[in-house]
Design a protein around this ligand. Structure first.
Ligand code: UDP
Length: 404
């Protein structure tokens, strides 16, 4: 794992000096992250790098994961969809199941942090102030148009936190507590994002029996309806009428997402054994995902709803031309026709993909602009700084702190 000084060539000495200074100021404070899965999805992706880097900076950062069975994660997945504004049938029993598992976790998870940093709704009921500790709720979901019942249910817990953190201004809501806007980030030196030699990329393509004889389009995502993998296939089939190309749908499932295998079946059904559609169920394998992204000519993220959309940052960091839906945090990353192309439909996506495949110079320029934008705004060093300033601000509630 990369050490903090290895980021100096990318972001400059001053940024790293700043981080060390902030780390000094936080010495002695235990920062305890709590979420619901150690692997799969953006939150785990970030914590896997954030926690060791905080520790290296001298901050006593810890990470605990709550336990939940299939029923509980079935409920929290429906909550997740409903909070994103998708119609979901939520019953009284769902709220009871949520509380039953939460009660068990309250008994089992020791909340020992000076700052307890709770990610997303799954562990939200743990909130309980004691010994003057501070509680942060980090919402990674776009809750701008949530299901009112689920939101009202969560509000009882949210109100008990000291502050809440959202990924983008448009995600936030009126709350009785302080709010911070901090966008997520990628780690440019992780296995997922570091430079790879061509031999590694070629070996991964060989492993999955993918030839480089025609352009590659890829979407990397959990198999989740909100990521619209079936829509990606529809867009691909439209492109395929005009341009000979191939599609990779690469994704795993997350422990807190029980729908994955059902969606995978739908995707396989739609692909009908088309030899140009490669459906790869990857275990957590960052180098392979990195290699597949780097081997691709166009990267797509056709989400119907999205949190921030780390896969878009990952693609842009690799200077790839990206076609992505204009939802969630994606427009923060892509300025249409400057650092990628935004789309609103299957037809829009297929039109944009065709355009990029037929104008390689234009595609290259969009990718280069995208990489610069990620470098300036969405690398983990910026994220570390924002989080450490946030932690410090909790001890100075009277000061106005503007992180964005
Ligand atoms: N990811 C992965 N393997 C997969 C699917 C996704 O490692 O099979 C990673 C992906 O590269 C990204 C993260 O999981 O880093 C997904 O984050 P994003 O914000 O795009 O979506 P989320 O899954 O959190 O909704």
């Amino acid at each position: 794992m990369a050490k903090i000084d290895e980021y100096i060539p990318l972001v400059g000495q001053a940024v790293i000096d700043d981080l060390r200074l902030l780390g000094e100021r936080l010495k002695g404070k235990v920062i305890q992250h709590i979420n619901s899965t150690p692997v799969g999805g953006g939150v785990a992706e970030i914590l896997n790098r954030m926690v060791p880097l905080l520790v290296e900076l001298g901050v006593d950062a810890k990470w605990d994961v709550i336990k939940g069975g299939e029923q509980f994660f079935g409920v929290t997945k429906r909550f997740h969809n409903a909070l994103h504004g998708r119609p979901e049938e939520i019953t009284r029993r769902d709220f009871e199941i949520f509380m039953e598992t939460s009660q068990r976790n309250i008994g089992e998870v020791n909340t020992y942090g000076d700052i307890v940093f709770v990610h997303d709704p799954q562990p939200i009921a743990l909130v309980k102030k004691k010994d003057g500790n501070k509680w942060l709720w980090r919402c990674h979901i776009d809750v701008s148009e949530p299901d009112v019942r689920v939101w009202a249910f969560l509000m009882d817990f949210i109100a008990k936190f000291d502050s809440a953190v959202f990924s983008a201004p448009s995600f936030s809501r009126k709350l009785p507590i302080r709010q911070f806007l901090i966008s997520p980030s990628i780690d440019p030196l992780s296995d997922k994002n570091k430079e790879l030699p061509p031999e590694t990329i070629n070996a991964v393509l060989r492993k999955y029996d993918i030839k480089k004889d025609k352009p590659i389009i890829i979407q990397v995502s959990r198999f989740d309806r909100l990521k619209d993998p079936v829509g990606v296939i529809e867009a691909f089939l439209q492109v395929r009428r005009y341009v000979d190309c191939q599609l990779i749908l690469a994704g795993g499932t997350a422990e807190d997402d029980p729908e994955g295998f059902k969606v995978l079946d739908e995707v396989r059904e739609k692909a009908r054994n088309n030899p140009d559609i490669h459906i790869l169920l990857l275990p957590q394998n960052d180098i392979e995902i990195n290699a597949l992204q780097r081997a691709s000519d166009v990267i797509i993220q056709k989400s119907i709803r999205e949190g921030f959309g780390l896969t878009v940052s990952e693609a842009l960091w690799k200077a790839k031309p990206v076609v992505a839906s204009n939802v969630g945090g994606i427009p923060l990353q892509i300025k249409h026709k400057y650092s990628g192309l935004l789309c609103h439909s299957v037809e829009g996506a297929s039109f944009a993909i065709k355009q990029l495949l037929s104008s390689p110079e234009y595609a290259k320029k969009l990718g280069e602009n995208g990489r610069e934008h990620i470098k300036n705004n969405f690398l983990i060093t910026r994220h570390l700084r924002d989080y450490m300033l946030l932690f410090l601000s909790l001890y100075h509630p009277e000061d106005v702190v503007q992180l964005y």
